[in-house]
Write a protein that binds this ligand. Structure first.
Ligand code: PLP
Length: 484
């Protein structure tokens, strides 16, 4: 395969865009080329400020930001763990930074080798056969997987499978991705233990069901111990089982979705594998599949023949492209560096420590908050502020009061099936001292809720902005800058 850049060079040397000598670049005078009514009558009116004022403004603004580098960040479902800075350094190496997706394959074999190694490492970790590194986020990976399922079913002549099952506790992106791919979604109930209700699942399975989307551990932080029975039920029905890998941080090196019976997975490299999560990216949501689905992977597919790497676009059953090029390269490099640095034992240790930290907090908090599913959890657990309702306190108030103590609040009101939910994920990178300080604070807040509820309802007290109308901001966002 020849890249576009290479063919430019070969076919028209020196005669294309950025290769032209300056003297040959055609001049462009807007005053002559545009009709007068399109020309601006007055200067643009940008704000004019001295450089020092801009520097101070942004420096101050950055210090208002809470990140995992300046405080505990137990944001459930998001895996806000500390990511070793050395991986950032590796992703910033000149060789990585200057790489360009239009480079001819023969001049970037080392880069392709790294991507290939990452695909293999992720296959090994998840028990899948093939991976694509293309998707740029978890939800993007979900959509990719849904499109793969759809193409596979179409190829089998099973177009009538138009429905996807999603547990009622699922992350909102699951039903959204299935719907974007054109599927109808149906909720599967939880049983009293917080797990998939097997009887309800059985009652929903029929010839119209394309797949079940599941995360394990689920969004309550509980391991779906009936996963083998679930996989059997789904497969006996001719449907596929999809793994939302956002919670992989709980099972690294301990068990694998492929061994549990999942047919395809997405991973959130920006959670589990050393890329900071948040702020809208950049992330990576690679998708892994069992071999019977590999023909449907997005193009191009990275291949290795006799030690030479190349991109294969000639894949008649592919779902097409999911991203402009091959994935977020710097995020992929960080993931590979992290996997190599920790190794098999280190990855398993990370998950074990994440589980230990979550269970420590859960057990210590059970006397102060309602814990709806109070038994051994995986890497996260759900508290409920429902016991504070009598004092006029909601989960939101507890979350806002935590900010006064320098903590990022936990995820609140998710999963939707728990009233006044607060979802806590401490991650493996926090020390016992940090967890103990956090415990002390939450216990103090639970006492304040009863003795001085106003302290919570008016929190946070030390922020430059206190409570904002989030509904108004979401419904009527002001997205433009208006000069004063
Ligand atoms: C359980 C679960 N699934 C899917 C996603 C979607 O991932 P992303 O935010 O990368 O699109 C998330 C994100 O937090 C999640 O927690």
């Amino acid at each position: 395969m020849t890249s576009t850049l290479l063919s430019f060079e070969k076919s028209t040397p020196g005669k294309r865009g950025w290769f032209l000598p300056k003297s040959e670049v055609p001049s462009f005078n807007p005053a002559q080329s545009l009709s007068p009514d399109l020309l601006r009558k007055s200067p643009l009116g940008f704000p004019e400020l001295a450089e020092i004022d801009i520097v101070r403004h942004y420096t101050n603004l950055s210090s208002l930001n809470h990140g995992v580098d300046n405080g505990f960040y137990p944001l459930g479902s998001c895996t806000m763990k500390y990511n070793p800075k050395i991986n950032e350094d590796l992703a910033s190496l000149p060789e990585v930074k200057v790489s360009h997706p239009l480079w001819p394959e023969e001049s970037c074999q080392g880069h392709l080798a790294l991507l290939f190694e990452l695909e293999q490492a992720l296959s090994e970790i998840t028990g899948m056969d093939y991976f694509t590194l293309q998707p740029a986020a978890g939800a993007h990976g979900e959509l990719t997987a849904m499109l793969i399922i759809q193409s596979y079913l179409k190829e089998r002549g099973e177009k009538q499978r138009t429905k996807v099952l999603v547990p009622v506790s699922a992350h909102g992106t699951n039903p959204a991705s299935a719907a974007m791919a054109g599927f109808e979604t149906i909720g599967v109930n939880c049983d009293t233990e917080g797990l998939v209700d097997l009887d309800h699942l059985k009652s929903l399975l029929n010839s119209e069901i394309a797949a079940l989307m599941l995360t394990n551990p689920n969004t309550l932080g509980l391991f779906e111990k009936n996963i083998k029975s679930i996989a059997d039920l789904v497969h006996q029905n001719g449907s596929l089982l999809y793994y939302d890998g956002a919670n992989l941080n709980a099972i690294l090196g301990l068990t694998r979705p492929g061994d549990m019976g999942f047919d395809l997975v997405h991973l959130n490299l920006h959670k589990t594998f050393s890329t900071p999560h948040g702020g809208g990216g950049p992330g990576a949501g690679p998708v892994g599949v069992k071999s019977f689905l590999s023909d449907f992977l997005p193009v191009p597919v990275l291949e290795s023949k006799s030690g030479i790497y190349s991109w294969n676009y000639d894949r008649p059953l592919t779902i097409g492209k999911m991203l402009g090029f091959y994935g977020n390269y710097s995020v992929l490099i960080k993931a590979l560096a992290y996997i190599y640095a920790l190794g098999t034992e280190g990855l398993a240790q990370a998950s074990q420590d994440a589980i230990l930290n979550a269970n420590y907090l859960r057990a210590e908090l059970s006397n102060f908050f309602h814990i709806p599913y109070n038994r051994n959890c995986m890497h996260e657990f759900i508290l409920s502020a429902v016991n504070l309702k009598a004092h006029g306190i909601r989960a939101l108030d507890v979350a806002k009061r935590l900010i006064d103590f320098g903590y990022h609040p936990p995820t609140i009101y998710f999963p939707l099936i728990v009233e006044e939910a607060m979802m806590i994920e401490p991650t493996e990178t926090e020390s016992k001292e940090t967890l103990d300080r956090f415990l002390k604070t939450l216990i103090q807040i639970s006492e304040e809720a009863k003795s001085d509820p106003e302290l919570l309802t008016s929190a946070p007290h030390r922020m430059s902005v206190s409570r904002v109308d989030e509904t108004l901001a979401a419904r009527t966002p002001r997205l433009t800058w208006t000069p004063s």
